[in-house]
Every structure is written in C-alpha cells, then in structure tokens.
Design a protein around this ligand. Structure first.
Ligand SMILES: NC(=O)c1ccc[n+]([C@@H]2O[C@H](COP(=O)([O-])OP(=O)(O)OC[C@H]3O[C@@H](n4cnc5c(N)ncnc54)[C@H](O)[C@@H]3O)[C@@H](O)[C@H]2O)c1
Length: 381
C-alpha cells in the first residue's frame, strides 16, 4: 500500500511536488488556503499532463490516472490519513509555525512532517511540535517534476527512522537524494553563492560588464547560463533575498556579502525577465549587448569565480554539511553545473586552486578570500 502524501501550498513548488507524488502512484491531498490558487494549480497540472501526452511521455490513460490521484482541499483536516506531509507555503517562519502546530493535531503520530523551505532552519520549524523527531527538510528544486535533485535535511531533533524513511520514499520517486546538515542554504544555495556574488564583485570593480562576465562563464567555463542571465531569470528580488538571508544567517561572514548593484536593481524594479528589465533589457526590439571576447580577460574572470566556488564547496565538506560526492552531485543535478566542483578542483590541481585563492587573499586582504583549510590539506597532498 502506497503512502498517502499531503502537500500544503499549491504554488510553484507545492503543485510540482504533488504532480511528482501522483506520477509515482501515491494518493495526494493538495491543500491551499486560497481556493483560487487550487483552481489554478489544477488547470496548470491538466495542461502539463496534456503536454506530456502529446510528447508521448505518458499515455492518455496515465494522464487520467495521475489526475485522479490528486485531491484538492482548503482544509488541513483533509490530511488526517497522510503518511507524509510536505509543506510548501510562503517562506515565513511565523506562518509555518502556525501550520505545523495545527497539522500535528490532525495527522497520525507516525506521519512525517516535512518542509520544502529554502532558507529557514528545520530545527526552528520543528520547535513548535510536541514530537519533533518526525520533522525533516525535503528541499525540491524548481521545477520539481523536472529537477532531479532533492536535498534532505535532518534537524537536530530528527530521528534516524524519520530520515531513512524520507530518503527511501524520495528515492522511490527517482530523485537524486543528498543528505545535508541543517545549515543556511543547505548545499546548493550555499555553495552557489559565489557564482552570483563574485560575478557582481567583478562588475563592481569595473573589471568587465555583465555581457563579458556571462560570456566568460558560458563560453570558457561551459556553464549553461552566465550569472547575470541567470539572476535575471531567477529574479533579482528572489536572488537578492536568498543572498541576504544566507549572509545574515552566517553571522555576516564577508564571503556571502550582498552587492549594492543587485540591491539597486531590485529597488529600481529591474527584477529580470519577469519585469522586462534586469541587468539586460528584455523589451521587444531591444538588442542584448555584445561581450568583449577577450580570452585573457575571460579566463581571468572564469578562474576567479570558479576558484571561489571550489573554495565554498570545500568549506561545505570541511564543515560536514555533506559528503564530498554529495556536494558534487548537488551542484550538477540541482543547478546543472558542467562538473562537480571538487572533481573540477582535482582536474585543475588543488595546488593551482589554492595558489589562486592565496593570490586573491593577498591582493585584497579580505576575509572573503580566505582559502579553506581542507583545500590547503588537499593541496599539500
Ligand atoms: N520557488 C522556488 O524556486 C523554490 C525552490 C525551492 C524551495 N522553495 C520553497 O518552497 C516554499 C514555497 O515556495 P513557492 O515558490 O512555491 O511559493 P508560492 O508563493 O508559489 O506558493 C505558496 C502557496 O502557499 C499558499 N499558502 C500561504 N499560506 C498558507 C497557509 N497558511 N496555508 C495553506 N496555504 C498557504 C499560498 O496561497 C500559495 O499558493 C517556500 O518555503 C520556498 O522557500 C521555493
């Protein structure tokens, strides 16, 4: 008998998670406080499934079967028989606390209570529960049906049994699971920070413009999208909020310091594609700027950002956030990096990466550029 899955929040993430669970044969109850949102989620799922039928990814019968698995509700009481509930509501700790407290009174004692939060601590979410041993972070990436990675985060209160059951269940949905410590940004949103932050810093120093930095990272680095194109795609409001929250959560460690350039873009409403203008102008008829295709400059930019990313990946391993192989899996499966960062460092040579970090540290004298001790150890061989 398949587990019954409850999903709270029928927005971007919740509706995607509900789709995945239904595709893997679970009965799903999708709850949202807003009935209109449930209608939107339902019609958007219908459209998605129709497209899958057209592309012959699923049959017409499977479409009917998947649709029939999801029940839509505005009342949390519908979750009485759920075995796992994944919360994907607004990123607000007070609202999440209210929902978790209510939820605990509704579900069975052995129901796992998970949050899809990107930036809040799982320990804090679980703190309102009488039995917090069943709280866990289950962090999907957007769009949930397509992105293979799921980070699973045990809180200090979580039991081994809760963790094992969660890992097994999410693996049965054919997802790549990485387990990580309950620390700000988990793996991906922590390790990826320099991709944006160092690119902005390079721009702020006047070394190159947006288009040239993007060209360096895609053309020389092999990344699918340059940092500015990607920030415009994510939205400068969303990306800035994550950076700021990671910076604050790390007690203002300068490695994660946000950029005024991004803040000003956000303040000006230059949010990216969704507002028609971000670092680039997306208005009809506007032409994207051409990069300065200077290999020497481009290589310098790429090496600087890559070394900062590698240093951050080493820090995640050094601080036991996750195993080295999981950090590499997370970056390749969660954000499509062309290679795992630790593997990349091995190919370049750990000593070469360290040399670059030391050069940056010597040049700037800022703690932001301090080489990680584990990178030093690897470089010593
Ligand atoms: N959007 C992303 O790329 C992304 C990726 C990973 C994780 N997350 C996390 O997932 C969660 C949801 O994000 P999203 O982008 O899907 O948000 P969203 O705004 O698209 O959807 C949130 C939904 O929650 C509903 N809601 C709000 N309060 C509620 C309540 N008290 N009870 C029931 N429903 C309620 C809203 O009506 C809305 O439909 C957040 O914690 C976010 O940090 C988001």
């Amino acid at each position: 008998m398949k587990e019954i899955i409850g999903v709270i929040g029928a927005g971007t993430m919740g509706s995607g998670i509900a789709q995945v669970a239904a595709q893997f044969g679970h009965e799903v109850i999708l709850v949202d406080a807003n009935a209109d949102q449930l209608d939107r989620a339902k019609s958007s799922l219908e459209k998605t499934l129709t497209k899958l039928v057209e592309k012959e990814k699923i049959s017409a019968a499977e479409k009917i079967e998947i649709s029939s698995k999801i029940r839509y509700a505005t009342d949390l009481n519908e979750l009485t028989f759920a075995n796992l509930v994944i919360e994907a509501i607004v990123e607000d700790i007070t609202i999440k606390h209210t929902v978790f407290k209510t939820l605990e009174l509704i579900v069975a004692d052995d129901c796992i209570l998970a949050s899809n939060t990107s930036s809040l601590s799982i320990a804090s979410i679980g703190s309102v529960l009488n039995n917090a041993s069943r709280v866990v972070g289950i962090h999907f990436f957007n769009p949930a049906p397509l992105m293979p990675l799921v980070e699973i985060i045990p809180a200090v209160q979580t039991t081994e049994e809760t963790l094992t059951k969660s890992v097994e269940l999410i693996k049965s949905w054919k997802k790549t699971v990485v387990v990580c410590k309950d620390t700000p940004g988990f793996i991906v949103n922590r390790v990826a920070r320099p991709f944006y932050g160092e690119a902005l810093r390079i721009y702020d120093e006047g070394i190159a413009d947006f288009a040239t930095i993007d060209w360096a990272m895609t053309h020389i680095g092999g990344f699918k999208m340059g940092p500015f194109t990607l920030m415009d795609y994510i939205g400068n409001d969303v990306n800035y909020a994550v950076t700021e929250s990671v910076f604050q959560a790390f007690y203002y460690d300068p490695r994660f310091k946000p950029s005024f350039t991004q803040k000003r873009h956000r303040e000006a409403g230059f949010l990216g594609r969704k507002s028609g203008r971000g670092y680039y102008n997306y208005a009809e008829g506007s032409i994207l700027p051409t990069p300065t295709e200077d290999m020497e400059l481009g290589t310098k930019i790429f090496n600087r950002i890559l070394c900062m990313l590698i240093n951050e990946a080493f820090d995640a391993v050094f601080m036991q956030v996750a195993k080295a192989e999981d950090v590499d899996l997370a970056m390749t499966k969660g954000v499509n990096y062309p290679k795992g960062l630790l593997q990349w460092a091995k190919e370049i040579g750990y000593d070469k990466v360290l040399e670059q970090m030391e050069a940056l540290f010597a040049e700037y004298g800022e703690d932001r550029y301090r080489p990680n001790p584990l990178l030093r150890r690897f470089a010593r061989g």
